[in-house]
Design a protein around this ligand. Structure first.
Ligand SMILES: [Fe+2]
Length: 194
């Protein structure tokens, strides 16, 4: 066998969204997302049950270039008050690394923003291939009634910077108004200090 990294495959179950083998698994419950939802009272209320918000199954490859990290995220349906369940969101540690999201199941929104406070969003339904361009933070929100499942691929050395979003928040929040998902300005948003 050569000294090259060997090709391999992972099996994705379209029904459950899970990978086989599971790879590196990240599980986030509500308690992992303190300070991220607008309705703090409702957040505290739901902490008693501490619902599962999302699961990420990461195929294990070296976190270096020229590898390509890839994973599947299962974002569960639900709301904290009027605000839909969402992922933490992150910039890439190496800021100018892009990412591709491919929606497999369910529906949601992909929220993106830059450090200058520019905001963009895309609707995600099965078949949507979204391009998260370099330098855009990204967060997903489940606006449906079933799990929102998407596949992602990004450069090996990109890394995750969650701290930026924990501090500054997202420019907009997605809440249910008159039975439909509606963007509102996030009163907690603080523009990043550059
Ligand atoms: Fe990312």
């Amino acid at each position: 066998m050569s000294t090259l990294f060997q090709p391999f495959a992972t099996q994705l179950d379209f029904e459950t969204g899970k990978l086989n083998p599971k790879g590196k698994v990240i599980i986030r419950h509500l308690s992992d997302m303190k300070g991220m939802y607008l309705d703090e009272g409702e957040f505290e209320n739901q902490l008693k049950k501490n619902p599962l918000i999302y699961e990420v199954y990461n195929v294990v490859v070296p976190e270096t270039m020229p590898h390509i990290q890839h994973c599947v995220t299962i974002l569960h349906p639900g709301k904290v008050g009027k605000e839909y369940f969402m992922t933490k969101g992150h910039y890439h540690e190496v800021l100018d690394r892009a990412e591709i999201y491919f929606c497999l199941k369910g529906k949601g929104e992909l929220l993106m923003q830059t450090k200058d406070g520019e905001f963009s969003s895309l609707e995600m339904v099965p078949g949507t291939v979204a391009y998260v361009a370099p330098e855009w933070a990204h967060r997903t929100v489940n606006t449906g009634e079933e799990p929102f499942v998407f596949f992602a691929a990004y450069p090996g050395d990109a890394g995750h910077d969650y701290g930026g979003i924990e501090t500054e928040g997202f420019v907009k929040a997605l809440v249910e108004q008159n039975d439909k998902p509606t963007y509102i300005e996030n009163p907690r948003y603080i523009q990043a200090v550059k």
